[in-house]
Design a protein around this ligand. Structure first.
Ligand SMILES: Cc1cc2nc3c(=O)[nH]c(=O)nc-3n(C[C@H](O)[C@H](O)[C@H](O)COP(=O)(O)OP(=O)(O)OC[C@H]3O[C@@H](n4cnc5c(N)ncnc54)[C@H](O)[C@@H]3O)c2cc1C
Length: 357
């Protein structure tokens, strides 16, 4: 996604890395924005703490992952933005603003509690995070099992799998109708569900090593956040349409995950328990026809597109999907009145034209 691309100035924070301080009693850690997710996990665990969840990979920097609302899976686990509880933001006017759960020290009149829920998913449009305070918990281990089973079994047991597991997701493979079920739980706290089929992989270790995967193949992806539906109606329609129209060209999988509701203004999980549907496609093949055909279906089911993945939405279509859209716009105008932080794409996403880019 062209969130970052610019012919103008691009700021890299890749040398601002590391964990600065941990307050285990308060359950917080102060970290630098460029810290890669894998280093973050290793440095936190040395201090006896960990974050709740990871996305599918750990190659991102923490500020980048937070910036787009990156998520893993787990009905009781929020996205990575939801663990942001404070930090420092250098705004479009060059002011360094400290913010916490209790308010912020900006001279701009934002409303005392507006900055945190605006900053949590802010696409770099409010300012540059120079430090982040994250919610952490005592370090923990996870036991992970990957099963290969038939999709019909997953559809029948979806609700139970979501409720019983700490982290659960599944991949559906269009050409075989098989599904890969992944369940991650703390050792001793496993629900004991054994899908019929083959146990492909099993491992136990520190959470930050067990949660993410290694990905070496290049793929394109479109993902929407939808209201959590135990009946999986949207997924069933996706499956029907892929089988009817796209299976000859689409061999890559469809991924279903869950996220707890949060209150960040531009979060895909804002205000509702959420499930996500992600369509993956071989990056060497054109994706426009496939994604273009599926996007309206996902929108009909209340989808909100992932900010960091493929979609065709612009401000006029996005605004009605977010209950707190106008609040975010007010904070953005106060912190970056001249639009120095926006590229053309961000202007189209957040304002509706590239003017002021
Ligand atoms: C292989 C792969 C797997 C993925 N898996 C998942 C997944 O499981 N779940 C999921 O939700 N997403 C996933 N993603 C998407 C990915 O997590 C996001 O695109 C993420 O934002 C990338 O982080 P980055 O560090 O590369 O950030 P960048 O691309 O550099 O930035 C992302 C956004 O954050 C902003 N930003 C970055 N740094 C700062 C800062 N210091 N201050 C303010 N704003 C900042 C940028 O302006 C931009 O808008 C995946 C992506 C890939 C390539």
């Amino acid at each position: 996604m062209p969130l970052v691309a610019t012919d103008d100035e691009l700021v890299s924070l890749e040398r601002m890395t590391g964990v600065l301080a941990v307050d285990a009693a308060a359950g917080t850690a102060e970290v630098l924005p460029g810290t890669p997710m894998d280093e973050l996990g290793a440095q936190l665990v040395e201090r006896g703490v960990a974050i709740d969840n990871y996305g599918d990979v750990d190659y991102q920097a923490i500020a980048g992952a937070i910036g787009t609302g990156t998520h893993g899976s787990g009905a009781r686990l929020g996205n990575l933005s939801s663990i942001l509880v404070g930090g420092t933001l250098v705004t479009g006017t060059g002011e360094a603003v400290r913010f916490t759960r209790d308010g912020h020290d900006a001279s701009a009149d934002l409303g005392q509690d507006a900055l945190l829920p605006a900053a949590q998913v802010s696409l770099g449009a409010l300012g540059i995070f120079t430090s982040l305070t994250l919610r952490v918990r005592p370090a923990y281990e996870l036991h992970r099992t990957n099963w290969m089973t038939h999709i019909d079994w997953v559809l029948e047991h979806f609700h139970e799998l979501v409720e019983a597991n700490r982290c659960f997701d599944f991949y559906w493979y269009p050409r075989s109708d098989l599904a890969q079920v992944r369940m991650l739980n703390e050792p001793g706290d496993e629900p004991g569900i054994r899908p019929p089929g083959e146990l492909r992989r099993e491992e136990t270790g520190p959470s930050y090593e067990i949660l993410p995967n290694d990905r070496h193949l290049r793929f394109e992806e479109m993902e929407h956040m939808l209201p959590l539906d135990p009946e999986l109606r949207a997924f069933r329609e996706v499956r029907e349409r892929v089988k009817a129209k796209h299976r000859t060209r689409v061999g890559w999988r469809v991924l279903v995950r869950t996220i707890a509701a949060d209150d960040a203004m531009l979060s895909g999980a804002q205000g509702r328990p959420t499930m996500t549907i992600a369509l993956l496609h071989n990056a060497s093949l054109p994706h426009e026809h496939y994604f273009g055909d599926m996007e309206p279906l996902l929108l009909e089911h209340g989808g909100r597109p992932h900010w960091g993945k493929k979609h065709t939405m612009r401000a006029a279509q996005l605004a009605p999907l977010y209950l707190r859209w106008n609040e975010f716009a007010r904070v953005r105008e106060a912190l970056d009145p001249d639009g120095v932080l926006r590229n053309e794409h961000l202007s189209e996403l957040l304002i509706g034209s590239s003017e002021g880019a």
